[in-house]
Design a protein around this ligand. Sequence first.
Ligand code: CAA
Length: 380
Amino acid sequence: MSEGLTAEQEMIRDAARTFAQEIVAPRAAEIDRTHDFPADLVRRAAQLDLMGIIVPEEYGGTALGHLAFAVYVEEVAAVSGALAVILDVHSSVGTEPIVDWGSDEQKRRYLPRLAAGEMLGAFALTEPESGSDAASLQTTAERVGDRYVLNGTKTFITNVGVADLYIVMARTGGPGARGISAFLVEKGMKGLGFGQPMHKMGLHGSPTGEILLDDVEVPEENRLGPEGAGFKVAMKALDSGRIGISAQAVGLARGALDLAVEYAKQRVQFGQPIIQFEGIQFMIADMATAVDAARLMTWDAAAACDAAEPFTLLASMAKLFATDTAMTVTTDAVQIFGGYGYIKEFPVERFMRDAKATQIYEGTNQIQRIVIARELLRGD
Ligand code: CAA
């Protein structure tokens, strides 16, 4: 692991590593097999103060920042990609927009409970007909007196059904980005429903699915940010969310690399452990180099975010590189395990299935290239 962390960041890394290795790791395969949401592990994370790292202290968080957050998400992802994305989405896109855009009243009402893990957060932007082209979303929020009435369908929502608070983007004005506003929608509000859980390739145990909004009445005080600012709320959330996904990808890659090295030391073929063969050594060398580079890019974006410097470019570059690294490294880990890598009795195939999602969600890697190119062309 690269050096350069502060004492506080090291403390978070150590606490998260102990939690991950001792409590989460023994459960990871079972969560993958049963698809059960690991509510008890989320509670343990909350008890360890891991759910309010991005929340200011005055609202009950630890305010340790995005680099500490990346360090923590990596540790969890190194043993369970599913728990990592549950916790990541809660903090980054599910909580941080309230830190950035919330009124004092909204912050007081929600942040302490989100930081304590009494509420789980979620983020609802995507719709069946609006994925990469997020500004084309069709869910409506019609103003009626001092309320908004929300109608539409959101899909591919992480933490669906188990989350208590959903940051929902809906159209209050004309077409395009400027017609969108953000809303804080609580579980239990009349008209809010959930579709059947989706059966995903990986990340089992992290529920994903549809949110159905059928005349959901949301009071005006639950609008997050000004009317028409919802697209910016979403884009800013995703900038920082992409740091979390990068960290998740680094963790998945590191976890698979560690397993592959361990296996290659044990597995004897042609009279010696296969780690003695240059073909395997070169694979492992490339994997370790890519993991380290991905981590440094992730930390670079996180540090820029913590320093309140522009970080859209760095976050998209980190997301692109780290998630492609996760896919390559986990695939190579399966290759090193050979036939054993392809069966579910060994954990590496889970890492490979989990890694695939990271190239897709919070903006596909094709969208990251668009963001990177636009930032470069803007030139400031
Ligand atoms: N921060 C703040 N504002 C931003 C911004 C940013 N990073 N990026 C764009 N904006 C603003 C622009 O300045 C512009 O504002 P003005 O109207 O005032 O000029 C406005 O938003 C519109 O911007 P664009 O013209 O660039 O918008 P676009 O329609 O061309 O789309 C896009 C840009 C980058 C392609 C965007 O649609 C995008 O990121 N798409 C991918 C969506 C995505 O990541 N979805 C993931 C779903 S969530 C998820 O996966 C979570 C999970 O559960 C794991």
